[in-house]
Design a protein around this ligand. Structure first.
Ligand code: CU1
Length: 533
């Protein structure tokens, strides 16, 4: 092409959008970026799942089987960080990218090039994260990370250079999250279709608006905390070093000021998915729209001020622990209200149980159970006994697996026909659901008993009295881990072909002769048809 043509700006007439690898590298398209987020998350799910399976293999029976204690601790740390920052958050961001513009009638995200940057920071961050795991195995690589994902000093001040890789990874992940959050907020505030008020938006969009604000409020605190850690490690400061007049407990406050709201960051987008799925398969409009919005805002506000329930045993004053206990118990009210609204949506509905709905109903049962053990842990004198036990591990896996991961699975099954144009294999997906959910419960339910009987968490070996429950847990964990291969197969199969999906996918589903009397405007994402290709 001559420079003259370029000067006249006719470039696009000749070339069109980039193809092949460039399509993905240069992409500013919310659907392409959403797809990349989801694929990235799926890869990380398998990486984080592999470390979890190694952990459970080691815990099959008492004694040391295949892992050195330091490697075990390293795997525990990496399992958490990869699952949280590599799998759940990017998968939720993938759903956000795909669905928010469609749901609010926007042509794309407000800041498409920044959207590209948010995604492409992730592979660099993941490389740093994986290097932090691998580096100690090279000569001169220093010790392995043995702190767990909470990175508490003084231990984290003593770890070798792998901790520096990890700190850099957290910086990159934080930048990616904050850019994505800014993009989501700007998109929601500025790009809604004319006439759509905030209170007209689908709840999924609301969950992401709240999540984006939470991320911007708390991620910088984590970034600041790990930066102070970096300074203590290399630049002679003593923020957390008691020998220099610092206080290791300060790091705990900074970490959990981020860490507790992070739980809601992981859960809220999945709760938004439920708000899309449950009305569809109940053939009823969503119950309690405004109370769902109110609950989310309450969760955001109260969730910011309950962080020290992770620190009851550090010697807080009686007044402080009382405050954090009461605050934590109060937060179960808006969370419970959200669950109530979903149950009320199903109440006397004409329900059918395709896979997205199976996950949705399962989530309500299992997440509520995880919430109940959370209330147990919030009670100070009880927590003094349970803290750092396997009971805590069982609790947060019951919160996060249903509350975050299963919700993302549900969203993928619900929207996959829209994204790919093909129906997934309902029979295989049902098998996946049952194997996945049953093996999940058999893996984690016994861990409650282990914790109550006194088995500590983050430990490579255990007393023989804990053998039976650990054995059961480990066997089920292998089934649980392997079941995700079926998920992978179903997704690939759907992308590559299969039965054509209709324009309004779920109206053709079993028992969907029922019709909405008058669908409320904008409350369903299908009501932005002007944008559907
Ligand atoms: Cu918490």
């Amino acid at each position: 092409m001559s420079t003259a043509t370029l000067a006249h700006g006719h470039e696009h007439d000749h070339h069109g959008p980039p193809k092949g690898l460039k399509r993905w590298l240069y992409s500013t398209n919310h659907k392409d970026i959403g797809t990349m987020y989801l694929i990235f998350a799926l890869i990380m799910l398998f990486a984080g799942g592999a470390s979890a399976m190694l952990i459970r293999m080691e815990l099959f029976i008492p004694g040391l089987q295949l892992l050195e204690p330091d490697l075990y601790n390293n795997l525990v740390t990496n399992h958490a960080l990869i699952m949280i920052f590599g799998a759940v958050m990017p998968a939720a961001a993938g759903l956000a990218n795909w669905m928010i513009p469609l749901m609010i009638g926007a042509p794309d995200m407000a800041l498409p090039r920044m959207n590209n940057l948010s995604f492409w920071i992730l592979p660099a961050a993941a490389t740093m994260l994986i290097l932090s795991f691998v580096v100690p195995f090279f000569p001169g690589g220093g010790s392995q990370i043995n702190t767990g994902w909470t990175l508490y000093p003084p231990l984290s001040l003593q770890v070798g250079m792998s901790m520096d890789f990890l700190i850099f990874a957290i910086h990159l992940l934080g930048i990616s999250s904050i850019l994505a959050s800014i993009n989501i907020i700007v998109t929601i505030f500025n790009m809604r279709t004319p006439g759509m008020r905030l209170m007209d938006m689908p709840i999924f969009v609301w969950t992401w608006l709240v999540t984006a604000f939470l991320l911007i409020l708390v991620v910088p605190v984590l970034a600041g905390g790990v930066t102070m850690l970096l300074f203590d490690r290399h630049f002679g400061t003593s923020f957390f070093n008691a020998a220099g007049g610092g206080d290791p407990v300060l790091f705990q406050h900074l970490f959990w000021f981020f860490g507790h709201p992070e739980v809601y960051i992981l859960i809220l987008p999945s709760f938004g998915v439920l708000a899309a799925i449950i009305p569809t398969f109940s053939r009823k409009p969503l119950f309690g729209y405004s109370s769902l919005v109110g609950s989310m805002i309450a969760i955001m506000c109260i969730g910011m001020v309950v962080w020290a329930h992770h620190q009851y045993t550090i010697g807080l004053s009686l007044g402080a622990v009382s405050y954090f206990m009461i605050g934590t118990i109060i937060i179960s009210i808006p969370v419970g209200l959200m669950v109530f609204n979903y149950i009320a949506t199903m109440w006397r509905g004409s329900m059918s149980f395709e896979v997205p709905m199976l996950f949705a109903v399962g989530i309500l049962f299992m997440f509520t159970f995880g919430g109940l053990t959370g209330v147990m842990l919030a009670v100070v004198p009880a927590d003094m006994q349970y803290q750092d036990s396997m009971f805590v591990v069982a609790h947060f896996h019951y919160v996060l697996m249903p509350g975050a991961v299963f919700g993302l699975f549900a969203g993928v099954f619900y929207w996959l026909p829209k994204w790919t144009g093909h129906m997934y294999d309902e029979k295989l997906a049902k098998i996946f659901f049952w194997v996945n959910v049953i093996s999940f419960n058999i893996t984690f339910f016994p861990q409650h008993f282990l914790g109550l009987a006194g088995m500590p968490r983050r430990i490579v070996d255990y007393n023989v009295m804990f053998t039976e429950f650990n054995f059961v847990s480990s066997v089920a964990a292998m089934v649980f881990g392997l079941s995700h291969l079926l998920l992978l197969y179903i997704v690939i199969k759907t992308i590559r072909g299969g039965k054509q999906a209709s324009a309004r996918v779920w109206e053709g589903a079993k028992g969907l002769e029922w019709e909405l009397p008058s669908p409320p405007p904008f409350h369903s994402w299908t009501t932005a048809p002007q944008l559907a290709k």
